[in-house]
Design a protein around this ligand. Sequence first.
Ligand code: HSO
Ligand code: ZN
Ligand code: ZN
Ligand code: ZN
Length: 264
Amino acid sequence: MKKVDYHLHSYFSADSQENPRTHILEALKYGLDEICFTEHRDFYFPDMAFDLDVPAYFQELSALQAEFSGQIMVKIGLEIGLDLRFKQEIEDFVSNSAYDFVIGSVHEINDIEVYDDTSYYTNKSKKQAHLEYLEAVLACVQNFDCFNALGHLDYVARYGPYADKFIQFDEFSELIHQILQVLSDKNKALEVNTRLFQYPETQKFYQFLIETYKNCGGKWITLGTDSHLAKRDWISWTLAQNLIKSSGFTELALFSKMQVENIL
Ligand code: HSO
Ligand code: ZN
Ligand code: ZN
Ligand code: ZN
């Protein structure tokens, strides 16, 4: 199985200061074969502009690809915020540039960000918070096609103000099954996001996701740290790769110009 990171952010994302070169050097240090930058673009984001300077991004990354060619494969990707209210703009934005790989992620619902201390959680039980997120994700994966992998299905577990933030996934097995069936039917990848992988609850959740996705006929798993810094938790990365292997996947999905590269 190739060693890759398919979800990371540099200073081209509004919420990262990291130099992309530092990311590449860190990945080389850990012997990665390939990394894909997935910079943010969210339309009409509440309280913060998640714009992306696309020409500057492609120019700088193309130069880095050339500089590090033969040492590590560097891909140019995107993490697009999914919101059905802006469907046309989102689709136009993605199709306007030749990204290698696009993560579709839900970050806000009806102008309320799913984040630390936002009103998303006001008067909302943990169950309701996860439910509303999963319902928004289902609507997005059903209606959007301009992405390759679904990002961080466990997003609410990062920020919820609950003593135990983790998703009780047995409460949502039907809804999660529906989401994963759509991904499989549309030939979209499931992302294993390692951000919370130090927690056994997260490992169990992703084990459930991978197994369910596989049972739905899903073929493509991506692995991403979602790191906004070059320094990252490589232990979590290793745990995630081991979980993917032990769930019966022999390769991670790799993408070029939004097409799966793998020949299985
Ligand atoms: N989009 C971020 C969440 C964030 N919101 C940062 C504001 N700042 C998750 O990667
Ligand atoms: Zn971010
Ligand atoms: Zn995200
Ligand atoms: Zn991200």
